[in-house]
Design a protein around this ligand. Sequence first.
Ligand code: NAG
Ligand code: NAG
Ligand code: NAG
Ligand code: NAG
Ligand code: NAG
Ligand code: NAG
Ligand code: NAG
Ligand code: NAG
Ligand code: NAG
Length: 510
Amino acid sequence: MRFGLLSLGALATVGSLVEAQCPDYTTFSQSPQGNFSAGALELPFMRPAPACRTFHSSSVEKVISDMKARLKDPDLARLFENTFPNTLDTTVKYFNETENLAFIITGDITAQWLRDTANQFAHYHTLLGQDKELATLVKAVTNNEARYVSEYPYCGAFQPPPESGLAPTHNDWADGVTVNPLMTLEMPVNNQTVFECKYEIDSLCGFLKLSRSYYQATNDPSIFNDNWHNAISQIFRVIEEQSQPTFAEDFNFISFYNWTGGNGALSPAVPNAGNGEPKAYTGLVGTHHRPSDDLSTFAFLTPANAMLSVELGHLADILDSAKQGKNISTLARQWSSSIHNAIWNSTVVNNIFAYETNGFGGRYVMDDANVPSLLSLPYLGFLEKTNPAYVATRKLLLSRKNPYYAQGKSFRGIGGPHVDVWNPWPMSQISSIFGTDDDEEITTALYLIANNTAGLGLIHESIDIYNTSSYTRPWFAWANSYFAEMLLDLADRKPHLIFHDNRSYVPGKN
Ligand SMILES: *[C@@H]1O[C@H](CO)[C@@H](O)[C@H](O)[C@H]1NC(C)=O
Ligand SMILES: *[C@@H]1O[C@H](CO)[C@@H](O)[C@H](O)[C@H]1NC(C)=O
Ligand SMILES: *[C@@H]1O[C@H](CO)[C@@H](O)[C@H](O)[C@H]1NC(C)=O
Ligand SMILES: *[C@@H]1O[C@H](CO)[C@@H](O)[C@H](O)[C@H]1NC(C)=O
Ligand SMILES: *[C@@H]1O[C@H](CO)[C@@H](O)[C@H](O)[C@H]1NC(C)=O
Ligand SMILES: *[C@@H]1O[C@H](CO)[C@@H](O)[C@H](O)[C@H]1NC(C)=O
Ligand SMILES: *[C@@H]1O[C@H](CO)[C@@H](O)[C@H](O)[C@H]1NC(C)=O
Ligand SMILES: *[C@@H]1O[C@H](CO)[C@@H](O)[C@H](O)[C@H]1NC(C)=O
Ligand SMILES: *[C@@H]1O[C@H](CO)[C@@H](O)[C@H](O)[C@H]1NC(C)=O
């Protein structure tokens, strides 16, 4: 269990919470806490005691009681009850409305990841319009991120804001790493602000997604402050820089970002002086690491570009709706459309999307569980689940033809090199549900997940196909949120599959 290697120490306090008496959730989440559900799976109740929860929202509690009343399987009801509030119960480490700052951790690692954070709040989207306090929290999270992105657009995970008084965490994996652009003149990386400086284009997409989710739900333009505008300018800078080829016309070598480590497995030496494999111009935007934080094989990651194209479209729409930043929305629309075309033009062969390409004809046909993934293209909003290229690619990805697909007696799915090839991730089964309308396929995937929580009633990172009691990351807020978001999607789209009746449910509407 790789993430267990970090020594976290005691988590710092939020506001007046007396965490001294509260168990560390990493430990708490590793043993069943009792109060078992009445279904065949007998899943425990795994929420911390009310006094130990890091944020309280009555609208979130209402969704839990609504869903519990409607779900026909008590085990699914228990999973929903544990996972839906997990972000608020466990990950809000600092929130100051006056400062307009909040710090959210990913779960068992005390750092704020741009990507994880957007996902950790995605399932609360429909509540933001009616729950002022929750919306204010999301605004504070976004503002904190805007500050990070405007200063360090190439980094993906951050330390607490200085205003919080929380101590930074030492990141063993960042030791011995050389990264450019330099973060300060004196130090390679300012480790008081940056937890990890891997460049992942989907991290910037996560920031865009969180921003537009807030604006779409609240119509509150105060989120577009100076920090936010500076962050957006930096995102366009990265897009410009990273769409360039390795060699200019005159063979001038182009490098805007390079990252390389020592000999440890967690920061391997990266070829070409930290630049990775060369890339040719295709119209796509390159990345250096994947959404798993693993090194890319080829720079052009198809699903991350799909997410970028979608989110740039939303960015243009929200700015137009707020009647500001016409120059930004024009630029965003141009990039959104050219990236969309480049994906169809340079990544699809015989209806099969490559996961990564290099612009020289190099294609890596595979998928990784972390979202954005190819399997999650419909979830991302890039295409319809009935699109023939998606249908054909999905079939391949959920088979032996995908090097990171693995199947055991009771669990199967897609994993990635982050853990190992025989540990598929529940997250991949969640993405697969978002990508189909087939009732039987949905039910099977749903119970592959529900049956395999090691009896703990929470969604883990990955599961060993040879021994499903063996899993990684007991406390993984993103996976918990994504599961709850998927159940809410079914509540709306396929109510008869999970409810006593066939009436759809949308939080904040019913
Ligand atoms: C048992 O579960 C219910 C929700 O299903 C919860 O309200 C109650 O607090 C739990 N009791 C304990 C002791 O955890
Ligand atoms: C929030 O920040 C303000 C302004 O810095 C400060 O006066 C106040 O004490 C802070 N509130 C909390 C709850 O930390
Ligand atoms: C930051 O880097 C310095 C110098 O390498 C090191 O002494 C310190 O422990 C680091 N701090 C954190 C929080 O990682
Ligand atoms: C690394 O990136 C920096 C820009 O951040 C660039 O100036 C430098 O030439 C690059 N180094 C190599 C070896 O590619
Ligand atoms: C848009 O225009 C504003 C004000 O004229 C300017 O500050 C900003 O840099 C421009 N942004 C982009 C992305 O061109
Ligand atoms: C695909 O690429 C070709 C040549 O590179 C270009 O002429 C064409 O316009 C592109 N098509 C799309 C849809 O972008
Ligand atoms: C889940 O477990 C139940 C028995 O507890 C079994 O009947 C069902 O087939 C399993 N579903 C899947 C998809 O493995
Ligand atoms: C399966 O994994 C669990 C949890 O790591 C462990 O306790 C158990 O011994 C393993 N079983 C076998 C047969 O290896
Ligand atoms: C559920 O309701 C939808 C929409 O009203 C309908 O299309 C569908 O056939 C119903 N399904 C079942 C199983 O009753």
